[in-house]
Design a binder for this molecule. Structure first.
Ligand code: UD1
Ligand code: CA
Length: 474
């Protein structure tokens, strides 16, 4: 079938009241993408000419997301009449006059549905000449789902929503997954015939399916091969369950691709992250957003990495990294905070209790202990002494510090930006560097040390310090 004769509708206009949230239901995230993002990724992969998300509640947030990530789709707006049937009706109005063919309908709150399942539904639908094909699942706990009513011979008869079902119908475990393929003309006609006569006062899409069957067209109810694919999200409990299952699958996929994951239960990998072979992830690792981890790297325990590129054979322990590039063979942590704009060169080191921001650190350079490095450029193979502060902020503006290559700075320095320390220079311990340092110079602030003889013995007599001093003098 040609793409001109296929439309895919994604229902996303519902209120999502059961989430009890200020955030629209379909904007809640699992594995780093909103539910809407998962469903649009699938919908746009089917090669249809028309992909139509239907929106209404909190439409601004949804529209911004759709425009940003899926500019090619056609947005439909649902009017004030509620229900999935009305939503589809509004979507069909977006199609051009003379459209004919098949209409796939999915829901934005069913995020794990995959392309393969829809493609096989389409295949069966077209080959059998059915008016409607829908997906069903056998759920141990069918609570909340529409139930599939079959005739004595097992053919599809109707769908009854949970709220409208009799005691007997509630016992049925076969549920409507909310995924359909329709013949365009038939569904258009059926939708025009149904009314909102049910417990919810909504125009149900499920009633249109029943209507198609009643009118004598074939309705096929196909069983899904994996129940998780059709798990719907109405509450935060379901959100967590589906997120956890998706994470399990993502971890399993990376393990099969050559990544060692010590504890998938405490390792969370967004669907957008990419990992090389022989990466090892230790417990408590979070890989978020557009993050790339090079082969052979060891990440964790307790590491969170967001939108960052990590090279090969890097070691990162107990640290938080956001918007950074860490090149091959570098090490980070434990206990460091790497903020946006940090670029650590090959075999460089950011050690313990170090915060960096907008800092380009050359190959082989080290910031081993207890430092803040903000708005800085550091050359290659330089060493920053313990307890150093790059004082970048004068209270009004931020300024830059430049440090050359093969520089050795003493412990407990303050670099008062803007300032430059040239190649091969040293600074002494405790220096407050306010002036540029020339290549090869040693910079220091001269404040001579002096001692007041026997001060402790006189002013702190009879303390343990005084006793110790007395003993040492004997
Ligand atoms: C729906 C089905 C139910 C099925 C279940 C599967 C109906 C009447 N019921 O129930 O048979 O078992 O999905 O998950 O279709 N939406 C709109 N406009 C609206 C109302 C909803 O676009 O006016 C959208 C929602 O945003 C959501 C989807 O349609 O993405 C499904 O709506 P929801 O209210 O969650 O339906 P369920 O009660 O789950
Ligand atoms: Ca739902």
């Amino acid at each position: 079938m040609s793409e001109d004769h296929l439309a895919v509708v994604v229902l996303a206009a519902g209120e999502g009241v059961r989430m009890r949230s200020a955030t629209p239901k379909v904007m809640h995230e699992i594995a780093g993408l909103p539910l809407l993002g998962h469903s649009l990724a699938t919908a746009t992969s089917l090669g249809a000419k028309y992909v139509i998300p239907v929106i209404r509640h909190q439409k601004d947030a949804l529209q911004t997301y759709i425009h940003t990530f899926y500019p090619q789709v056609h947005i439909a707006h649902q009017d004030e009449i509620p229900g999935t049937g009305r939503a589809l009706e509004c979507a069909l109005n977006v199609l051009p006059d003379g459209f004919n063919g098949a209409v796939v309908v999915t829901s934005a709150d069913v995020p794990l549905l995959d392309v393969q399942t829809i493609e096989s539904m389409l295949e069966v639908h077209l080959a059998s000449g059915a008016g409607a094909t829908l997906l069903t699942a056998m759920f141990e706990d069918p609570n909340g789902y529409g139930r599939i009513i079959r005739t004595d011979s097992g053919a599809f008869s109707s769908i009854v929503e949970h709220r409208d079902a009799t005691e007997e119908e509630l016992e049925i475990k076969e549920v409507n997954a909310g995924v359909y393929v329709f013949d365009y003309e038939l569904i258009k006609d059926a939708l025009s015939k149904i009314a909102a006569q049910n417990a919810a006062g909504e125009k149900y899409l499920t009633d249109a399916v029943t209507e198609i069957a009643k009118a004598g067209s074939k309705v096929q109810a196909l069983a899904v091969r994996d129940n998780w694919l059709v798990a719907g999200i109405n509450t935060r409990v379901q959100l967590q369950q589906v997120a956890s299952e998706l994470n399990r699958r993502i971890c399993q996929g990376w393990m099969l691709a050559g990544v060692s994951i010590m504890d998938p239960d405490t390792t969370f990998i967004d669907i957008t992250a990419v990992l090389g072979e022989d990466v090892t992830l230790l417990p408590g690792t979070y890989l978020k957003g557009i993050t790339k981890i090079g082969g052979g790297s060891v990440i964790g325990p307790e590491v969170s990495i967001h939108d960052s590129e990590i090279g090969e054979n890097v070691t990162i322990r107990k640290s938080e990294i956001n918007g950074a590039v860490i090149e091959a063979d570098a090490t980070v942590g434990p206990f460091s905070y790497i903020r946006p704009g940090t670029h650590l060169g090959a075999a460089g080191k950011i050690g313990t209790f170090v915060e960096t921001k907008n800092a380009k650190i050359g190959a082989g350079s080290k910031i081993p202990h207890l430092s803040y490095v903000g708005d800085a450029t550091i050359g290659e193979h330089s060493n920053i002494g313990a307890g150093t502060i790059f004082a970048n902020y004068d209270g009004v503006e931020k300024h830059h510090t430049t440090i050359g290559s093969y520089v050795r700075t003493g412990s407990h320095n303050v670099f008062v930006a803007p300032v430059e320390i040239a190649d091969g220079a040293y600074t002494a311990a405790g220096t407050v560097v306010r002036k540029d340092v020339a290549p090869g110079d040693l910079a220091m602030n001269v404040a001579p040390q002096r001692s007041i003889a026997n001060w402790v013995l006189a002013k702190r007599a009879e303390t343990s310090s005084a006793e110790a001093a007395k003993k040492a003098k004997e």
